[in-house]
Write a new protein. Structure first.
Length: 236
């Protein structure tokens, strides 16, 4: 069965081009013109992936993303934005978007991102079904329960976004291994694309802010100068 994609874009020409290319790629597509219609569509029948424009009348893409995540919907979200500031991108990721593309973008790149997000969602579902029997991972006071996607440090629960959890779990499964930003982008995000490695840095900084006693002097996720990042070896 073909994956279903919901496109929410207020510019009719862009919406039509997106829908056409996604259908030609084999996806079943629903296209709407604003955020309220996007939420209503998801309530009627949830799509496998959402492509949301950031700037839409009524409810914008950030508000739609926030509303879906507040309802516990883990549907992958690809955010489209004409804005280019780091703040806009980080805000979208903070509210639960899984990825973003800045306009103008190539259709080939968008289709690659859609494919990567859907593949990651499939792998995640498979991992969740097999992870129920996995024992929690420990690294000092840090405890990660893969099947429940829960994180605690010193017994205190830590709230992470889906991508933050995936990144932390990847580190925890390979303590001491040094990864470049490109390697992390490929392993956790599912693609390698020059110019987007800063996304990894943003997520690592957010993980440090949530996990570290002193984020400016990290003790869990360490920077290896000139090489990348690693999780510390588990203390004895």
């Amino acid at each position: 069965m073909s994956a279903t994609v919901l496109v929410a874009e207020d510019q009719a020409d862009i919406r039509d081009v997106l829908a056409l290319n996604l259908r030609q790629a084999g996806y079943e597509v629903t296209a709407v013109a604003d955020g309220r219609a996007a939420l209503a569509s998801q309530e009627r029948q949830a799509s496998d992936l959402l492509v949301l424009d950031l700037m839409m009348p009524g409810l914008d893409g950030l508000e739609v993303c926030k509303a879906l995540r507040a309802r516990g919907r883990g549907t992958p979200i690809l955010m489209l934005t004409a804005k280019t500031t780091e703040l806009d991108r980080v805000l979208g990721l903070e509210l639960g978007a899984d990825d973003y593309l800045t306009k103008p973008f190539s259709m080939a790149e968008l289709l690659a991102r859609v494919k990567a997000l859907l593949r990651r969602a499939d792998l995640l579902r498979a991992a969740q079904s097999s992870a129920q029997a996995q024992q929690p991972l420990h690294n000092g006071e840090l405890e990660i329960t893969p099947g429940k996607r829960q994180v605690r440090t010193g017994g205190k629960p830590i709230e992470l976004t889906a991508r933050e959890f995936d990144l932390l779990l990847h580190f925890a499964q390979h303590p001491g291994h040094v990864y470049s930003r490109g390697e992390l982008l490929n392993a956790v995000w599912g693609y390698t694309h020059d110019g987007y490695e800063h996304t990894v840095t943003t997520h690592i900084n957010r993980l440090r802010a949530k996990l570290e006693a002193d984020p400016l002097n990290p003790q869990i996720i360490l920077t290896v100068r000139g090489a990348g990042y690693k999780m510390r070896e588990a203390p004895p």
